[in-house]
Design a protein around this ligand. Structure first.
Ligand code: ADP
Ligand code: ASP
Ligand code: MG
Length: 458
């Protein structure tokens, strides 16, 4: 069996769903378990609905829901299916998902929606897309079984950013998938969503469908996991910012995970972990260019040393705690990190000196509580409007000339912090946010746009 995951742009409308279905059809002999995201931008709108509801703007929330309903009904209509029982069934499914959504918005009588209800509402996007694609596949004559991911992806109780319970997932997945496959050509399920042991709805966090695919792949011992997206594989930089990027042929699990952790949105950062546990190859492919080579993510023994890609985080904060009276360094560190942990704020980069600790955190995180508590430990400053750039690759720290080439490419820029990952996989630094794009382009020129190129890129 293989797992094939299709992201939002690959299932945005009837045309892209049809392309996706043709790709699945070409692999039926490998018994695909298809994992889909919500149609492009739908999850964003669902979060908006919740935000409006939160602000008491129910009418506006319901208007957004009505527009989403129209969009999904329009996709079904575009498939032009016969007016038969299957068309009636998909219409009924869509109607029931939206009546549940309306009820969630209307019935909380001024109270905030519970986290479980929020998770339920947000999961509507994947329920809608997976049902519509299953309908369209059956319409095309591909016998397709729709499967509820909540049976398989069992998680802890953290409704909006749950952690999977690997043992629970592994215990039941094969049996459930094999049963779903009985007399079928394909099985389809939802990315992103799961359930707690007691059956409460949960989500794996934004972009979590990649993670779902890998978890399911691990649990069913898939031969391969394919992540189908809107770019030709993992590239030497984000093509939305840098022109002339190249496709990377091979990456190690560690390199791909590091790139994702350091901001490359092409994969959810936890995706590689389950695949690596079973040594299952992961391929990143383009659903708009199905014949392309894409990127293979494999065991590190197949990967040579060197720079593979440059990633970034566009909006970060740099927090520095300074304490001259810090006599016991280990105690100081402990105090500082306990504060981050207490406020559930995750730290990306770290550098320290005798009297200070500097960290970076993503600007989306609320750091007010952290800063208030850190002030009690030492003088604390927060630098805003900064960006983080990371050069990623296996054993790059051993590369001759890495530092001089890197810093030559940004000679006129102010660097606020430098950090070398302890795994020799990344060299990261912090710069002013308005300068980020230009620095990325300069670094890309330095490392990837030389004439003779590199045999690991296309
Ligand atoms: P999907 O909806 O298929 O999950 P995403 O939008 O989450 O797709 O991820 C694909 C996007 O990731 C690309 O469109 C691209 O802009 C961005 N991206 C960032 N860094 C990279 C990179 N190094 N290689 C390829 N894509 C990247
Ligand atoms: N639909 C979810 C999101 O937009 C999950 C995903 O697409 O991976 O975050
Ligand atoms: Mg994604």
């Amino acid at each position: 069996m293989i797992v094939m995951k299709f992201g939002g742009t690959s299932v945005a409308d009837a045309a892209s769903m049809s392309r996706t279905i043709s790709i699945v059809e070409s692999k039926l002999s490998q018994r695909p378990v298809v994992v889909v995201s919500a149609c492009a931008k739908v999850t964003d709108t669902l979060y908006e609905i919740i935000e409006l509801d939160h602000q008491g703007k129910k009418e506006e929330a319901l208007e957004l829901a009505a527009a989403l309903r129209k969009r999904h009904e329009g996709i079904v209509a575009d498939f032009n299916g016969e007016k038969d029982a299957s068309l009636a069934a998909i219409k009924e499914t869509i109607a029931s998902i939206f009546s549940r959504m309306e009820k969630l918005v209307k019935d909380n009588n001024g109270k905030l929606m519970s986290l479980a209800d929020k998770a339920l509402l947000i999961s509507s996007g994947e329920y809608l897309s997976s049902n519509i694609i299953a309908y369209a596949m059956n319409l095309k004559g591909i016998k397709t079984q729709w499967m509820d991911a909540r049976q398989i992806v069992i998680t802890n109780n953290d409704n909006l950013k749950a952690s999977p319970l690997m043992d629970e997932i592994s215990k039941n997945a094969k049996g459930i998938v094999n049963k779903a496959y009985k007399n079928m050509d394909a099985v389809i399920t939802q990315g992103f969503i799961g359930a707690s042991v007691t059956g409460e709805p949960t989500l794996l966090g934004r972009g979590g469908s990649d993670y779902s695919a890998s978890l399911i792949g691990m649990a069913i011992d898939a031969d391969r996991i394919e992540i189908w997206t809107d770019v030709d594989g993992v590239r030497t930089a984000d093509p939305r910012i840098v022109n002339n990027t190249r496709g990377i042929k091979k990456l190690s699990y560690e390199e791909a995970a590091e790139l994702a952790r350091m901001g490359a949105k092409v994969l959810h950062p936890l995706t590689l972990e389950p695949a690596q546990m079973k040594n299952i190859p992961v391929y990143v492919l383009n659903s708009m260019n199905a014949g392309g080579e894409g990127t293979a993510i494999l065991n590190r023994s197949c990967i040579f040393d060197g720079i593979k890609s440059i990633s970034y985080k566009e909006n970060i904060r740099v927090i520095t705690v300074y304490s001259l009276s810090m006599s016991d360094a280990s105690g100081f560190m402990h105090q500082v990190f306990e504060i981050f942990s207490k406020h559930n704020v995750s730290v990306d980069l770290l550098s320290s000196s005798e009297a200070s600790i500097t960290t970076t955190v993503e600007a989306t995180q609320d750091v007010a509580g952290v800063v208030a508590d850190l002030q009690k430990v030492g003088t604390t400053t927060v630098d805003r409007d900064k960006a983080q750039i990371s050069i990623v690759g296996k054993n790059i720290i051993g590369l001759r000339g890495l530092l001089s080439e890197t810093f030559n490419a940004m000679i006129d820029s102010k660097i606020y912090m430098i950090s070398q990952g302890s795994t020799f996989l990344n060299l990261s630094f912090v710069v002013d946010r308005p300068e980020m794009a230009e620095i990325l382009r300069n670094l890309h020129k330095t490392f990837f746009e030389k004439e003779n190129g590199n045999e690991n890129t296309d």
